[in-house]
Design a protein around this ligand. Structure first.
Ligand code: PMP
Length: 438
């Protein structure tokens, strides 16, 4: 195997040599989709250690919504680094954490709210449930099949996809219940989900013992299934009827991804709590829980937090990201990027109606579901994998999702220049044609 490649003036380690070294020292469970080792990245372009360039349709899984290395985000972090990198927000806090909380409260679809910070999405979900349990004095939590909420024990329990997230990792915490998510393409409607919830309240847990219902407005890892119009409002009504808190997990959908700052806005509902991570700080590890002040204030001081909770670098980056989203009108841009992507996917569907079973998206959170014979019941995970491998060979980072592994999802940076968007779409079309042997 070739371990070194002559690139420019120097010999560099190849991707495959790094992959061999990686597999020798990093646990198998931490898989990587592509054996592509990142060297640098700018906006929607990534270069690997061999000097090969890629258009990025993944954005680090909906994280760099403001593009890789946005100068204002990087500038804010560099400035913070010159001042201090850590003091622990629970020892001697700092202004940027207060300011980021203030800014978040201005933009979330929750009135009279308060925030708290952690480092990862899973921690945000875990803390949302902790808070809901204290606030209601109830143990139960209802989540949805196909949902994804993270890899801590509680979040694995909430997650509704066994392989690879739950298999072998149990036991999970008690008092977690699942109902089917209304994925219309799969033939499950809002009425089915609500009937299942009703049944759950009769057969498994009385609603008075349920602290919260946790839901993604558009399932991310599960396959980019949007909650049908009106479903979140129906959940809101059920929650109100029984005194249950509605936790909306906006970790993948937040920060302009769906053409609005948060996907909940499109539903016209007010969640009790939302969880935020990923796009919040353009790649710096910070996450937040934002909810009704009375709910958020339920746990006693010291019950929430963590050594790195709301790190100064994350807060500085988060403040810069919010400014960039506003200044560059990235919600509007998200809608435009999404329109262009949806057009492209619809063209593919028209050309290959047997293979592209469905095209769906909101804003720049766009997906197509690959099947055989145009049949929803014949998911084509092989074609999905092949397409993403070929796309990478041709210079496009294209990732998949879905409980059945047959959904191609596109999460390009919202700042992607249209010429790079078109370039990525052209690669996608070519890779698709080659993958189906057309
Ligand atoms: N919730 C949702 C909706 C997510 O998409 C993710 C990450 N894919 C998480 C929670 C977990 O976030 P993290 O990986 O930062 O723990």
């Amino acid at each position: 195997k070739l371990n070194y490649l002559h690139h420019g003036m120097v010999w560099v380690m190849t991707n495959s040599a790094w992959q061999t070294r990686k597999e020798a020292v990093i646990a198998r469970g931490m898989g990587n989709i592509f054996p592509i080792y990142t060297d640098r990245a700018l906006n929607a372009e990534v270069w690997d250690v061999e000097g090969k360039r890629y258009i990025d349709f993944a954005a680090g899984i909906a994280v760099v919504n403001t593009g890789h290395c946005h100068p204002e985000v990087i500038g804010a972090v560099k400035k913070q680094l010159d001042d201090f990198s850590h003091s622990c927000v629970m020892v001697t806090p700092y202004a940027s954490a207060v300011e980021l909380a203030e800014k978040l409260l201005e933009i979330v679809p929750i009135r009279d709210a308060k925030a708290m910070f952690v480092s990862t999405g899973a921690e945000a979900v875990e803390n949302a449930v902790k808070i809901a349990r204290v606030a209601t004095g109830r143990p139960g939590v209802v989540a949805f099949s196909g949902g994804f909420h993270g890899r801590t024990n509680l979040c694995m329990g909430l997650t509704g996809k066994v392989v690879p997230y739950k298999k072998g990792f149990g036991p999970f915490t008690p008092e977690i219940y699942h109902v089917p998510f209304p994925a219309e393409y799969l033939g499950v409607g809002s009425a089915d989900s609500l009937a299942a919830l009703d049944q759950l309240f009769k057969s498994d847990i009385e609603p008075d013992c349920v602290a919260a219902i946790v839901v993604e407005p558009i399932q991310g890892e599960g396959g980019f299934y949007p909650a049908p119009d009106g479903f979140l409002a129906e959940l809101r009504a059920v929650c109100d009827q029984y005194g249950i808190l509605l936790i909306v997990d906006e970790i993948q959908t937040g920060f302009g991804r769906t053409g609005r700052m948060f996907a909940s806005e499109s539903e016209g509902i007010e969640p009790d709590i939302i969880t935020l991570a990923k796009g919040i700080a353009g790649g710096f590890p910070i996450a937040a829980v934002v909810g009704k002040a009375a709910v958020m204030d339920a746990p006693d001081p010291g019950g929430l937090g963590g050594t790195y909770a709301g790190s100064p670098l994350g807060c500085a980056a988060g403040l810069a990201v919010l400014e960039v989203i506003d200044k560059e009108s990235l919600c509007e841009r998200s809608a435009e990027v999404g329109r262009r992507l949806m057009d492209a996917l619809h063209r593919l569907q028209a050309r290959y109606p047997d293979r592209v079973g469905d095209v769906r998206g909101r804003g720049a959170m766009v997906a197509m579901e690959l099947v055989r014979g145009g049949d929803v019941h014949q998911p084509d995970a092989e074609l999905t994998k092949e397409l993403s491998v070929r796309a990478a060979e041709m210079g496009l980072i294209l990732i998949s999702c879905g409980v059945r592994g047959n959904v191609i999802r596109i999460l390009a940076p919202l700042t992607i220049p249209f010429e790079h968007l078109d370039e990525g779409i052209a690669i996608l079309e070519k890779a698709f044609a080659e993958s189906v042997g057309a």
